[in-house]
Design a protein around this ligand. Structure first.
Ligand code: DAH
Length: 343
């Protein structure tokens, strides 16, 4: 064993390797599972006890030397192969430009962030929904035009309760009322689908945020205040709102809300078409039929709901004049938003 140790030690000292592959071969030959040094360790177990001390030390030194030499050769081979490649290590590095958030995401996060501050939770629901959650439970009469094939993308027809792509996020209201404990205070952001021709003002895919608040004694005054506070956070402290009577099957009374034009400050410009007002959302008091359909006692509880288009809010905030910009991934458009939030 003594001779073997000495021979291997001499070999290590004079070992030379040019490539990383050669170093690896030497490592396997000496220190691998069946390597020469490993085998010596196996043999060591069988030698006479009085020799153990002497050979144990020698073997440990041998192993240490071999490991150090292999490491040294590996480092040298690595750096020489990098140096000999055609790359010029003195060249300046590639410049990576940071991406930016999409304006729809920025607007969604801003809107959701405002309502979170007011104590709302976030709820989500499926994009492929059934007729019940999109229409039926929301008090849409059987022949309401919104159920028409022209508006709705159906996934399956012919059933009592066909599957379809949700046309609004109001469906998440229904799912929340079915599954959440009262009181409920939520906003529901999500993608919606309508079978519409694509133009500057309409798209077949867009995004909405639905809001729902149900508790005892919720009144229209609470709704008005929530919307006013939202408008001021979103469009600035001087923003005013006005409510116009409207109709939605799931709210009674219903209203459409306009915010004072943040471009001309009410004087009238081409964005607000000279009116000084911009429409931002629809809202109302949840119809008792809707509460009852989801098993909520409408004598004890009341609530309000609202729904807004994210693209529309973003258009008003950043004066985007064509909905199609949001979907075309034109870098010149997207880059304009790189300073809106930190990435
Ligand atoms: N779901 C309506 C739409 O897509 C928007 C809406 C209006 C939602 C009034 C509401 C509401 O919750 O109360 O046009």
């Amino acid at each position: 064993m003594k001779e073997q140790i000495e021979r291997i030690m001499a070999e290590i000292q004079s070992l030379q390797c040019k490539t990383e592959k050669e170093v690896e071969e030497a490592r396997v030959r000496l220190l691998g599972k069946k390597g020469e040094i490993t085998q010596l360790f196996d043999e060591f177990r069988t030698i006479a006890p009085e020799l153990k001390r002497e050979f144990g030390q020698k073997l440990n030194v041998l192993k240490k030397e071999a490991t150090a030499k292999i490491d040294e050769l590996k480092a040298a081979a690595g750096s020489s192969s990098a140096a000999s490649s055609s790359e010029d290590a003195t060249m300046p590095g590639d410049i990576y430009t940071l991406g930016s958030r999409h304006p729809v995401s920025i607007a969604r996060e801003e809107i959701v962030g405002i309502f979170r501050k007011f104590g709302y939770d976030v709820a989500e629901g499926p994009e492929v929904e059934d007729d019940y959650h999109v229409f039926e439970a929301l008090n849409f009469p059987p022949n309401h035009p919104a159920r028409d094939m022209q508006d709705t993308f159906f996934v399956s027809t012919g059933h009592v309760n066909p599957l379809l792509l949700r046309t609004h996020t109001s469906s998440v209201q229904v799912r929340a009322m079915e599954s959440m404990k009262l009181p409920i205070r939520i906003v529901c952001p999500g993608r919606v689908f309508r079978n519409e021709a694509i133009s500057a003002r309409a798209h077949c895919i867009f995004h909405q945020i639905e809001g729902l608040y149900i508790d005892e004694n919720v009144t229209f005054a609470d709704l008005k205040q929530a919307i006013l506070l939202f408008a001021r956070e979103m469009f600035g402290p001087d923003a005013q709102i006005r409510m116009r009577p409207s109709y939605f099957p799931f709210t009674e009374p219903s209203a459409e809300v306009d915010v004072s034009c943040n471009i001309c400050h009410g004087k009238g410009c081409n964005i607000c078409k000279g009116t000084g007002w911009l429409e931002i959302l629809g809202c109302g008091m949840v119809d008792p039929n809707v509460l009852e359909a989801s098993g909520i006692d409408s004598k004890k509880y009341s609530g309000f709901a609202f729904g807004m288009g994210i693209e529309r809010i973003a258009m008003l905030k950043w004066q985007v004049n064509d909905l199609r910009h949001y979907f075309e991934n034109d870098m010149r458009f997207l880059r304009e938003f790189s300073t809106c939030v930190e990435v």
